[in-house]
Ligand binder design. Structure first.
Ligand SMILES: *Cc1c(COP(=O)(O)O)cnc(C)c1O
Length: 372
């Protein structure tokens, strides 16, 4: 007789069994079928993807590459050199990953176990919580203020208090520009937080869209700072999965021991190298999206029930007033327009709209005016 599933389930790692279930997003093809609309007619403004996709040189490089049958370079020498030149940081500080998401997971696995904890500043990106919980670590929330700024004194008070009962707080996750608010963490705040006895992980997934420079070079002066970046948003290759981290020199040898040797595939590597050879073309796409963000922001401000938050990223968070945000999201969806809806603490009755092409903005605005 075969073994009963609950007996086998009891073999599972207990902190995994206790995890809350993960809700994956609906694949584009499934949505297109459900809405009865061809994919080309769907205005997808729900996942902060780059509507222009990669620059043409990426497709050319992928088509020309002749060595897909060979395993990738586990050290990613060529890509790290190119990233080093781009960032003005020595390659010895740089590690590419299968998306920035993989690097978040690696950091959590490197530092956390049961009895440990992270400091999280919600509302923010969900993966910090997810990856910490995967390690059986606790998540201590220091919520952002109503204007979405980080509560620096709250974090200082938490990390300076001596409490042998509570989990050992090892990692502080910060996001600038923050997702979903699009707000910037000022230099002075980051500097104060770096003085605390904790590893600071600064997620810069959207920094290319900001009016401020990246803090990647700060890693050279702060042994407790990691900066994560990605090709998913500005470079438009979210589907290929390529991110990178800038790490203090003492930390990287541990990650080398630890990561899967072939974590970054050759297609992502070829696409990343082609992108770095034509950075000015990506900057032109980013400039177009930033101009469109300003137009979208002005237009959203003119819609009576929306309160858009000024953004440094390629999306705009809106509080919906005097009507139900879930219903608004549904109605837009029936018209083939996808936006992200939230109902979490600090994000009550909110939607987040990614910046698209001008014609996508037009369709969104037309629908919002018709519903106003
Ligand atoms: C999209 C996003 C990422 C994920 O980047 P990948 O390189 O695609 O894994 C990381 N952090 C934030 C805040 C994001 O919004």
């Amino acid at each position: 007789m075969s073994q009963p599933p609950d007996r086998l389930q009891s073999l599972l790692n207990p902190h995994i069994t206790r995890l809350e279930e993960y809700t994956p997003i609906q694949p584009f093809e499934v949505l297109s079928r459900r809405l009865g609309l061809p994919a080309s007619q769907i205005v997808k403004l729900d996942a902060n993807e780059n509507p222009y996709g990669p620059i043409p040189e990426v497709a050319e490089a992928l088509a020309e590459y002749a060595h897909y049958h060979i395993y990738p370079d586990p050290q990613q020498e060529e890509l790290r050199e190119a990233l080093g030149r781009f960032l003005q940081v020595p390659p010895a500080h740089i590690l590419p990953g299968h998306g920035a998401d993989e690097l978040l997971d690696l950091l959590c696995r490197l530092f956390l176990g049961p009895g440990d904890g992270i400091v999280n500043c919600p509302p923010t990106f969900g993966m910090y919580r997810f990856d910490a919980r995967l390690q059986g670590a606790a998540v201590v929330d220091v919520p952002r203020r109503p204007d979405h700024s980080v509560d620096v004194p709250g974090i200082q008070a938490l990390l300076q208090e001596e409490d042998p009962e509570r989990p050992r707080l090892k990692l502080l996750f910060l996001t600038s520009p923050n997702n979903p608010s699009g707000t910037w963490l000022p230099d002075a705040d980051l500097r104060s937080l770096l003085a605390l006895p904790v590893m600071v992980v600064l997620d810069e997934a959207y920094v290319e869209f900001a009016e401020h420079p990246s803090r990647a070079p700060w890693v050279l002066e702060h042994p407790n700072l990691v900066v994560l970046r990605t090709f998913s948003k500005a470079a438009g290759i979210a589907g290929l999965r390529l991110g990178y981290g800038i790490f203090p020199e003492w930390l990287l040898p541990h990650l080398w021991k630890f990561k899967q040797p072939y974590n970054v595939n050759v297609a992502a590597t070829v696409a990343g190298l082609a992108s770095l050879r034509h950075v000015e073309k990506i900057q032109a796409v980013v400039a177009k999206l930033k101009a469109e963000r300003e137009r979208l922001f002005q237009a959203l401000q003119a819609i009576p029930h929306l309160r858009p938050v000024p953004s440094q990223a390629n999306f705009i968070l809106c509080r919906v007033e005097g009507r139900d945000a879930a219903a608004l999201k549904q109605t837009l969806e029936q018209r083939g327009i996808l936006v992200r809806y939230y109902r979490k603490p600090g994000l009550e009755n909110c939607i987040r709209i990614s910046v698209g092409r001008p014609e996508q903005t037009d369709r969104l605005l037309e629908a919002l005016h018709a519903l106003a």
